[in-house]
Design a protein. Structure first.
Length: 99
């Protein structure tokens, strides 16, 4: 995916296969089997990771998280986009551009 294009509301995200994920004190820690690299997703990142076990749009993720954590949807959107961009750069998720 070309990351020069900003993430849009209808873009869809889903986990790639091949990761071991475990809970450590309320935070999700993940290892990529392919690269052998470890990632601490934290608690919120871990929740996003769980949500994208099934394909979700950015809008769906922001709706779910903003209501659950009771934060402003715009602030939530910025943080979710940053996290998804990081996962994309690391090759951990598949992204389908919305129409």
């Amino acid at each position: 995916m070309n990351m020069t294009q900003p993430i849009q509301e209808q873009d869809r995200f889903v986990q790639k296969e091949g990761h071991l994920v475990s809970d450590m004190g309320g935070e999700k820690v993940m290892m990529s089997i392919q690269s052998g690299r470890y990632y601490n997703l934290g608690s919120t990142g871990g929740h996003i990771w769980e949500l994208i076990a099934e394909e979700r749009t950015l809008a769906e993720l922001v709706d779910a998280l903003a209501s659950e954590y009771e934060i402003d949807p715009e602030i939530c959107r910025v943080q979710v986009v940053q996290f998804l961009e990081h996962l994309t750069r690391e090759g951990l998720i598949n992204v389908t551009r919305g129409e």
